[in-house]
Design a protein around this ligand. Sequence first.
Ligand code: HEM
Ligand SMILES: Nc1nc2c(c(=O)[nH]1)N[C@H]1C(S)=C(S)[C@@H](COP(=O)(O)O)O[C@H]1N2
Ligand SMILES: [Mo]
Length: 439
Amino acid sequence: MRLPRPNLPRPKLPKPGFPADHPPGPTRPSFWRSPLRGPWLTSILGSALAPLILVCAFTGFLSQAAYNPALGNNSLLPGGGLGVDLYFFSWPTSPSFLYALTQGVHVTSGLLAIPILLAKLWSVMPKLFEWPPIRSIAHALERASLALLVGGSIFVFFTGLLNIQVFYPWPFRFLPAHYYGAFVFMAAFLLHIGLKIPVARRTFREQGVLRPLRADLEHTEPEPYVEGHVAPLEPDRPTISRRAMLATVGAASLGAGFIAASQSIGGPLRSLGLLAPRSTQLNDGPNGFQINKTLAKVNLTRDDIGPNWRLVLQGGEERILSREELLAMPQHTYDLPIACVEGWSTTQSWTGVRLRDLATLAGAPGASQVLVESLQKGGALREVTLSSGQIADERSLLALRVNGVDLSPDHGYPARVIVPAAPGVHQTKWVGAMKFEAA
Ligand code: HEM
Ligand SMILES: Nc1nc2c(c(=O)[nH]1)N[C@H]1C(S)=C(S)[C@@H](COP(=O)(O)O)O[C@H]1N2
Ligand SMILES: [Mo]
């Protein structure tokens, strides 16, 4: 079906509602009056949105891979992900900022997309009230796919958005919901862009990609009405030009994206990301950087981490080490980031014992994996399994000190794991035991 050229006269149609058998309200084409709505506006918003969604989805699925979900209980999905985890490769340790980058891009592209998504949904609103709601089996299937597209996008974006605010107002677990929601949304999205790319290309051919942006308010004309499409049957006078509307959406998008980027890049930028949930340092001291979970929050006491603390190493043989004994081993210092899954990161200078030295000490040189157990009693982060590549990297540490001083209790004293490029959730604090598996 071809859309008429924009300069064709608009069809004369009976007022008020057309056709007369539509129930009153939004199912009537005459209900929708914005003169900005039309295929060009939808196409330009869709063209801006689609690449952001693809980048967001790609980096989201990478986040799942970064957990090395095939190892131990790393997969946070029920039943290990019902066989849909991405197990293709072992997550690398270089570059050390890899997860800060992929997760920063995930959250930033997601926030950049939200204002554009809302504008796009607004631009197609009349379609959602199409009448009659179902005309044929093919039409029913198309509408079902749109329900998954709209519902899926809202679900995935808003669970993500609330998660980075560390706000969980729902009874289900975030990660599986967001993950399976992403599959549904992506299936509907790929079908949708497959169907709509030809429509957008035709619209751009007829109206130009950027030509409608030249019109100021006075010259803002409605797009031609075509039955079943989004341009208005009875347009009101415009109160804003298309370019002003798009500039507003663009500014909202850049503003939201900047907040996310500021806390994943960190440094001086962080203080500019005003609404970022983790935007500020706690203080200027060596242990002054962000804390997600304090000692008190995981029900540990100062006694648990006091002088009686011991690290239990298992491998070929069991070794029990005090903090003094660990400090007597060769110490190494590296600048490495903690990159939280929620999209903030912070690079600090960590000092401690190499994981591979601990593997050797435990009688498992070149270990194939290690189960790291926290003293913390419950919670998904109580234990994490690290891969052979993560153990072998010389920068992977059981850190005892940070920025030249002992770790603070809230940062994992007596000892915490720091592995380059690993997601924050794998940088276990208050380590109690490390169980190496021989190569
Ligand atoms: C504003 C938008 C979004 C935000 C703020 C957001 C946030 C997040 C966060 C914080 C995680 C890490 C969760 C964790 O590991 O604990 C995550 C993972 C993920 N996201 Fe998003 N997300 C957004 C949009 C999307 C979209 C549009 C998709 C698309 C398809 C998507 C797909 C995924 C996937 C597949 C994962 C991996 C889940 C796993 O590790 O099992 N996200 N997202
Ligand atoms: N034992 C334990 N280790 C943990 C956590 C935790 O809750 N318990 N939080 C993890 C998360 S989600 C991150 S991002 C990093 C940094 O968290 P922090 O800022 O609370 O130190 O530590 C990780 N290590
Ligand atoms: Mo985290």
